[in-house]
Write a protein that binds this ligand. Structure first.
Ligand code: FBP
Length: 562
């Protein structure tokens, strides 16, 4: 039998109960209420790159001005409206609070306004699958993790046909604004949808919200995507716990892969928080053109040095996206992608049964250098490299067991060193992958406040009639009171990049900057952390207590704003 709201509401932990009463903090500029706002317009914007092309593709949106909000009485029409909301892509802690902030602002502006949640990601609006979000429902999700309030999905909302269907849904439900909560790709598509509505003179506004635990949707104006704070706090707690275990038992080397499809922000943040012995940063591997053999040499030397000091244990952090940043692996992956995209190959490959025959077939298609590398990989990794691509055409790096590949290669290397008398230790390993453990965690106070503010602010942008903007809350290392709320034109964050062989307008992904302060802090300390045990054990996220414990932002953000 289906449970009632009341029955479901009983099924919560005491922490969740206490947490549901937490009122997230808003910046002073929004605190006066949604009806007491003044919008300040800044300079016209350009694009992050290829401005001429972006201008041609976004004739209606290009050049829009950055805006900020201040307390005032300039707003609002107060007209009744229906607003749609979509959660897009991977889960990130705080998504529910974005919707809670949006809901509260919508109802504050006019209690007749409605919030329509599209179900299962962008496909919800394309197919017209939705539910209205009402008070009883939203109240169950305040300050909780996950995206289960309406679900998420990875369908790309990008074709003209999908835009037409979206328009049809909006007309049917009288939705005049859509809030898309997503990462760089989803916000790129939000800009395309906003441009489509403007081109068609349809009165539907589109506002994006920066989401992704990966932390790679950021720039001058977007200091951090939501979810990064909580997810890295969860992973750092786990890394710290493992460090304690390693330092107690003194018998294992732990290889921990950390999520982050492309960028290594998560690995870097966890390293800054916990000081492990080894952390690989994909961006550095790429920049310095480091081969897989050189990575193994680097790690093996640290393992051997620690063994000389009687320490046959340690911790290595490996960013999930590493495999695609190692130049020779990148070349292999792109060759696999190209070969499997060829019509004839695709058909023949699909007709084969079993991995043996698929692997043999692929080997025959690869050029000598790629084929040698492919042959040198364990079969499990060969299979993982051949698994289906995600809807954006990316290899599903979360399914590639890089941590196991490295341990296998290290075993061989250390055995060789032993035979030459260069290593005398014992090498016993444990592998871990932390990703899903953190993506739906209850948001930290930082994310709870930030997300609520982003959602509330998204409606402020709608109220002032804007479209093609991303909700922006800045000055985040300061107390929430001093945060600056406003909006950034999505086109100002775009440039042209090659996707599926074609130049496309996309929001620039923010990778780890090797001349940035967080990376420098890490690289200046890593040699010490490698040999000495400088482990830090951050412990679990705290929700109640002194502000310096419960409200503190990430190390990355603090260093970037130093
Ligand atoms: P988003 O970019 O959609 O936020 O997702 C990021 C991420 O968590 C990556 O870190 C990871 O590689 C990927 O999602 C895993 O995706 P899936 O949930 O489809 O397994």
């Amino acid at each position: 039998m289906t449970k009632t709201f009341e029955e479901k509401a009983e099924q919560v932990s005491s922490l969740q109960k206490a947490r549901s009463t937490y009122q997230p903090k808003l910046p002073a500029s929004l605190k006066q209420g949604i009806k007491n706002l003044k919008m300040i317009q800044g300079e016209e914007t350009s694009a992050a790159g290829n401005a001429d092309e972006i201008k041609k593709m976004f004739t209606n949106l290009f050049g829009s001005k950055v805006v900020t909000f201040q307390p005032g009485e300039e707003s609002v029409s107060g007209r009744t409206m229906n607003v749609g909301v979509i959660l897009s892509g991977g889960q990130a802690p705080g998504g529910h609070n974005v919707i809670a902030g949006l809901y509260d602002a919508i109802k504050e502006a006019n209690p007749e306004n409605k919030l329509i949640g599209f179900l299962g990601g962008p496909s919800g609006i394309i197919e017209g699958e939705y539910r209205e979000i009402e008070k009883d429902y939203i109240d169950q999700f305040r300050n909780t993790g996950g995206f289960d309030i309406i679900g998420s999905g990875r369908t790309k909302l990008e074709s003209e046909e999908q835009f037409e269907k979206t328009l049809y849904t909006c007309q049917k439900l009288q939705v005049s604004a859509i809030v898309i909560i997503g990462g760089d790709d989803s916000n790129t598509n939000a800009a395309m949808l906003a441009e489509f509505f403007k081109r068609k003179c349809e009165d539907v506004q589109v506002i994006g919200v920066p989401k992704t635990i990966d932390g790679d949707l950021k720039n001058e104006q977007i200091e951090i995507s939501f979810g990064f704070d909580t997810a890295t706090k969860v992973y750092s707690e786990l890394v710290g716990n493992i460090q304690r275990d390693a330092n107690s038992a003194k018998k294992y080397w732990h290889f921990i892969k950390l999520m982050g499809r492309s960028a290594s922000h998560i690995a870097l943040e966890c390293a800054l928080k916990t000081h492990p012995n080894i952390t690989l940063i994909s961006e550095e591997v790429k920049e310095k053109n480091v081969s897989i053999a050189q990575i193994i040499d680097y790690m093996a030397n640290i393992i051997a040095k620690r063994a000389e000091n009687g320490k046959n244990f340690g911790i290595a952090l490996i960013p999930e996206g590493l495999i695609e940043f190692i130049p020779e692996m990148k070349s292999l992956i792109s060759s696999l992608n190209d070969q499997l995209a060829e019509c004839e190959n695709k058909k023949e490959y699909a007709s084969l049964h079993g991995w043996e025959s698929k692997i043999a077939y692929i080997k025959g298609l690869l050029r000598a250098e790629n084929s040698d590398l492919f042959n040198s990989l364990p079969k499990s990794i060969q299979i993982q490299l051949l698994l289906d691509r995600d809807p954006h055409g990316n290899v599903q790096v979360s399914k590639i067991e890089t941590e196991k590949l490295l341990t296998e290669m290290l075993e061989a290397k250390l055995a060789d060193m032993k035979s030459k008398g260069e290593y005398k230790g014992k090498f016993s390993t444990q592998t871990h992958f932390f990703g899903y453990e953190g993506r739906c965690a209850a948001p930290s106070n930082f994310d709870a406040d930030y997300c609520y503010s982003l959602g509330y602010n998204a409606f402020a942008l709608i109220q002032f009639g804007l479209s093609g903007y991303i909700s922006s809350v800045r000055n985040l290392t300061k107390p929430a009171e001093e945060w600056v709320a406003g909006g950034i034109p999505l086109t100002s964050m775009m440039n042209m990049e090659k996707r599926h062989g074609k130049q496309k307008p996309v929001i620039k992904k923010a990778l780890v900057e090797l001349d940035g302060v967080p990376f420098k802090e890490f690289s200046e300390n890593r040699e010490t952390w490698a040999i000495q045990d400088c482990y830090i054990y951050p412990g679990p996220i705290q929700y109640f207590g002194p502000s310096e414990v419960v409200d503190t932002p990430t190390e990355t953000l603090k260093l970037e704003k130093k």
